[in-house]
Structures are given as C-alpha cells and as structure tokens.
Ligand binder design. Structure first.
Ligand code: SF4
Ligand code: SF4
Length: 228
C-alpha cells in the first residue's frame, strides 16, 4: 500500500491522488480538534454522555453513511491494515451490502447514481432509504467494538454528541441527527459546534485530487476500496 500519492479505486472510480501524506496529517489535525471539542462537552457534567466501549447500537442499526474522499482515504488504509481474517470478513459483508445499495438506490426516483458526481439531497435520500430498508450493521464492527476506531470518520466521532453540523434547524430549534435513540429522554443544555468541519473535509478531499471535488462515497464503498 503506497504511503504517499498513488491511486485509490473506489465505487468504480480510479482517482489519482496527490499530497496524500500532508492531507492525512491535516485530516488527523481536524479530527484531533473535533475530539477536543467533544472532550470539553463531556467534561461539563451538565451534558449527558451515554457512549461507552461495547455500546454499539449505533453501529448496528442503519450504519451506512456518507464520507468525503479524505476521510475515506484514512479509513480505507486502516481497513487494509486489519488482520487478514477480519479484513476478509468485512469485505465479504460489504460486497453483500453493495449489491443491496445498488438495488435500493435504483428504486429512488432521480438521475442514475453516479459516484464522483453525486448531488445532494438525492444522495442522502438514497442512503436513508437503504438504512430504512435494511438497518445494516457496519462491516467493521467486531464483537461490539469498532475495528478501525482511531481512523473512524467524522460522523462516527460525532455520533452520541449533539453536533450543530449534523442538526436540522426548524422553528428556532435544532434537532440533532447525531444523537442515537438512547438519548431520547436526555435534557440538553449545550451542543458541540462544528459547522466549520464539513467545509474543511471537502477542502482536504479537493487537495487529494488536485482541485476536483469528488463528492462523497458510502461507507460500504470505502470498505471495498483498493489502492494501486
Ligand atoms: S451513540 Fe448511542 S448507541 Fe452509539 S455508543 Fe453512543 S450511546 Fe451507544
Ligand atoms: S466505522 Fe466503527 S464506529 Fe463507525 S459505524 Fe463502523 S464500527 Fe461503528
């Protein structure tokens, strides 16, 4: 597996990459900054925080989601570094899910799904339909623990926190899509600010491709990505 530059094959695309080492360093810095914000949130005892190792409902109920190319790159590298048996099992599960993804995406009205040129909100709607139909478990969950925890993408880091970047704003209130059902009766007095993060992830992805925006990929496609 190349440590710098090279090509990632993902979702039927073959994307030559540049400046990989620097972009990965900058991505780790974005993650570290976000983790600092969630640590500060947890440190305030007025804020509810229920997540703990082994609590994996969120990785089991509809755990297919969208990631940027920069996140996909770091994450796919961690997948490739898994022990052989774990890697084979994850890829096998992901292949099954990919067949379902293609089938379910095709049932949602709109232009044919086209990785590299996906448009919102159609892409999100297709992912929601996939999760609603199958409620799939993430192929990277092993014995109720994340097998690529250090490299997990932003949404996995955000899940379990009320994060403004993953909120729907309606009638002056925010509904946090980054909170699982276990938070249903919890009282919120604050939230994690991360509106800047999404734009930074997109910028990092553009740097990887030399300026093009490759759009987002599904988590299933990332598990099946290859490096050449
Ligand atoms: S988000 Fe919910 S299910 Fe996931 S670890 Fe946190 S409390 Fe558990
Ligand atoms: S990558 Fe890890 S944290 Fe994210 S859904 Fe999969 S198992 Fe859960």
């Amino acid at each position: 597996m190349p440590l710098d530059d090279g090509t990632i094959e993902i979702a039927g695309l073959s994307l030559p990459l540049v400046d990989v080492a620097n972009v990965m360093d900058d991505l780790r810095a974005v993650y570290a900054e976000f983790d600092q914000r969630t640590d500060a949130f947890k440190a305030d005892e007025r804020n509810p925080h229920l997540c703990a190792a082994g609590c994996s409902h969120c990785c089991k109920q509809g755990a297919v989601f969208a990631v940027t190319l920069a996140e996909a790159m770091l994450w796919a590298r961690a997948v490739h570094a898994l022990p052989k048996a774990t890697l084979e099992s994850a890829k096998c599960a992901a292949k099954d899910l990919l067949r379902e993804q293609h089938r379910i995406f095709a049932t949602i009205e709109g232009p044919v799904d086209q990785p590299g040129a996906r448009k919102e909100p159609l892409f999100s709607a297709r992912i929601s339909a996939f999760n609603a139909a199958l409620g799939p478990t993430c192929p990277l969950l092993v014995e109720d623990l994340c097998s690529v925890y250090q490299a997990r993408p932003m949404l996995c880091r955000a899940y379990g926190f009320p994060v403004d970047a993953y909120a729907v704003k309606a009638e002056g209130a925010m509904v946090f899509r980054s909170l699982c059902v276990l938070y249903e009766n919890e009282r919120l007095v604050d939230y994690v600010r991360a509106e800047d993060v999404k734009a930074r992830l997109t910028d990092l992805s553009k740097r990887l491709t030399g300026g093009l925006d490759p759009g987002r990929f599904t988590s299933v496609e990332v598990v099946l990505a290859e490096f050449v």
